[in-house]
Design a protein around this ligand. Structure first.
Ligand SMILES: Nc1ncnc2c1ncn2[C@@H]1O[C@H](COP(=O)(O)OP(=O)(O)OP(=O)(O)O)[C@@H](O)[C@H]1O
Ligand SMILES: [Mg+2]
Length: 315
């Protein structure tokens, strides 16, 4: 049942990292997140975009309780996260049931020595009181949901393709029936057709459940496909927010416009094999930001210089 209470509430969170060895005098503070706030209701899908180092992953890690905010509060499913330095096993498990994270590299969440089936079985045995037969039925359901067959289910992570591995990681995350799924660049390492498969899977899951997504990506085309709302981050702060389509079609902040300008669109025309820049500014910002848009840039590797056309940017 979809309720009107926020399932995620982030209030004015800050994260300051103490980084040693940056200056000769010793420690220097890195203010990675500076007063970020947002609320999500069941079924919402939020994109967090911004250049490399803008604080997206740090925000996600605070949501997941993997980092403690230096200031501000994070609530997930009505409970505050990250207050205690140490939390009990029971609380850790409850947190895991509420929010799961899927990362760019699925190896991080999958054990190399375990088949996909036994990785999911372990999660089910730990979190639910289900008998062996019921667990087997649930595993079959989850594998079907993410489009993995029996052979793939029996395989170990290294025996799968990148896309299959990412789908296995998603199945494992879904096994916990989390209310919130945080995806940090989940398709950045995949080629375009596999990206599409994983994105369609995420869209299907969202349609079938009331799951809430937080989707971190450099790829604005991907973000447009899977999210309804967007936060644009720059240097730890939110510079723009709103409905994804509205923000990407008519950005109000110049920084959002720069991000859009840096993304090549499908109808880009090239003359003599080189992309035609819309303006000198677009060339400069494109060159500066291009390295952050790995997946898009990879797709367009033959082009020498990303330039922008406003009419098709972000598509
Ligand atoms: N554990 C840490 N210690 C010190 N500084 C950190 C730590 N984690 C992140 N930072 C710094 O905080 C800032 C934000 O990092 P974060 O990983 O959140 O960026 P991001 O937006 O996810 O970037 P990317 O798109 O490259 O993944 C960066 O300047 C980073 O160097
Ligand atoms: Mg990151």
């Amino acid at each position: 049942m979809v309720t009107d209470h926020p399932v995620v509430r982030v209030e004015d969170v800050h994260k300051v990292f103490r980084a040693w060895g940056i200056t000769h005098r010793g420690a220097a503070d890195v203010h990675a997140v500076k007063g970020v706030g947002f609320e999500l209701r069941e079924g919402d899908s939020l994109a967090i975009v911004g250049e490399s180092g803008s604080g997206k992953t740090t925000t996600a890690r605070m949501l997941a309780g993997l980092e403690r905010p230096t200031a501000g509060t994070v609530w997930v499913a009505g409970r505050q996260r990250g207050i205690a330095r140490r939390i009990s096993l029971a609380e850790r498990r409850r947190n895991a049931r509420e929010l799961q994270m899927v990362l760019q590299d699925p190896y991080t969440s999958l054990d190399r020595h375990q088949s996909i089936v036994s990785a999911i079985d372990e999660v089910l045995a730990l979190h639910f009181s289900l008998g062996r037969a019921a667990r087997a039925r649930r595993i079959a359901e989850l594998l079907e949901q993410v489009g993995l067959d029996r052979r793939e289910g029996a395989a170990r992570p290294h025996q799968l393709s990148g896309g299959q591995r990412q789908r296995a990681a998603i199945a494992r995350a879904l096994a916990l029936e989390p209310r919130v799924l945080v995806l940090d660049e989940p398709v950045a390492a995949l080629d375009v057709s596999i990206q599409a498969q994983v994105l369609n899977l995420l869209a299907d899951i969202r349609e079938a459940t009331a799951i809430t997504y937080v989707f971190i990506s450099h790829d604005l085309a991907v973000v447009r496909h899977v999210t309804d709302q967007i936060l644009v981050m720059k240097s730890g702060t939110v510079v723009e927010r709103g409905r994804t389509a509205e923000v990407l079609n008519a950005p109000r902040d110049p920084y959002t416009q720069l991000l859009i300008d840096a993304v090549p669109g499908p109808n880009w025309h090239t003359a003599n094999g080189a992309a035609k820049p819309r303006s000198q500014k677009a060339v400069l910002t494109g060159a500066t930001l291009a390295r952050h848009f790995t997946s898009t840039v990879d797709r367009l590797a033959p082009m020498e210089c990303p330039a922008a056309r406003k009419d098709n940017a972000g598509d």
